[in-house]
Ligand binder design. Sequence first.
Ligand code: AKG
Ligand code: FE2
Length: 257
Amino acid sequence: MERPLEPAAFLQSVTFDMRRGLSLEAIAASIRNQGLCILKSVLAPDGALEIHDRFNGWYESAKDDNGDGKNDRVLQSALTLPNFPGLADRFIAFLAASRFPDIGRHYFSCATGNLVIPENHVLLRVLSDYTHSLLVRRSSRRHNFHLDYPLIPHSFPMNVWIPLTKIDQDCRGLSFLLPYTESIYDLPLDIDGIMAATNGYVVTPEAEVGDMFLFTHKTLHGVFFTPEKTRPRLSIEFRVGPADMLPADYRDVLYRL
Ligand SMILES: O=C(O)CCC(=O)C(=O)O
Ligand SMILES: [Fe+2]
C-alpha cells in the first residue's frame, strides 16, 4: 500500500491561506481527493466573534440553571441554528459575505442561489469540561469518531466546521482520521483497526477564529473524550449541497447561497 503523507506534510498540503489568493480548483481538488481542506482567514473574525458572544451568552445561562439536570441533554448535544433566530440571520449574512459561496458553488458546479444549506443541520456546539463530563457519563466510549454519511441525507455531501474559539493545545479541536478512503464504516468505529488497515493517523489541526474546515460526508472525524483540554471550545457546523440534489421535503427549510 502506498505510504500516506506524514501528518505535518498532509496538513500543509490541504491548507489554503485566503490572504495569499484563492484557487477554487485547488480547494475543490483537496476536498475531493484528500477529504479535507483547511481554509485560513476565510471569514471576518468580527463575524465569528459576534456569533461566539451570542451563543456563549446562551450557554452560560443554560449552564447556570443545570442544578436539576434540566439542560444536560441539551448541552451534551448540538443545538440547531433556528433555535437562535437573531443569530441565524447574522450567520447566513456573514457567510454570504465571505468567499465560501464561491468555493462551495465551484465544488458543486452550481449557480448563485443553488448552494443549499438545510437549517436543521446547522449546529452549534460547546465542548467544555462540563459538557465533556456529560458525554463521558453517558457512554463508556473514549471517542465519538464517525462519518456524517449515515446521519445526514446524502444530498448534502459537504461538511463545514467553523471554530468560534481559537483551537490550540488547551482547547479541544476536531480530529480527522486519515488517509481519506471514502469507505463506509459501522459504529462504534474501531479506530485502531482502521489505522492499522489503512496505514492511517489522526490529525487535530490548530485553528484561528476566521478559519474553516471543509470535508465530505465520508471523511472520518470526531473528538477524543480526554480530560486534559480546559478552555471551552465553541463551534458552528453545517452541511451543504447543490439544489439539484435536493430532497422534496427540504424545499422550505433551507438557506440558499
Ligand atoms: O464539533 C464536533 O465535535 C463534532 C463536529 C461534527 O461531527 C461535524 O461537524 O460533523
Ligand atoms: Fe460529524
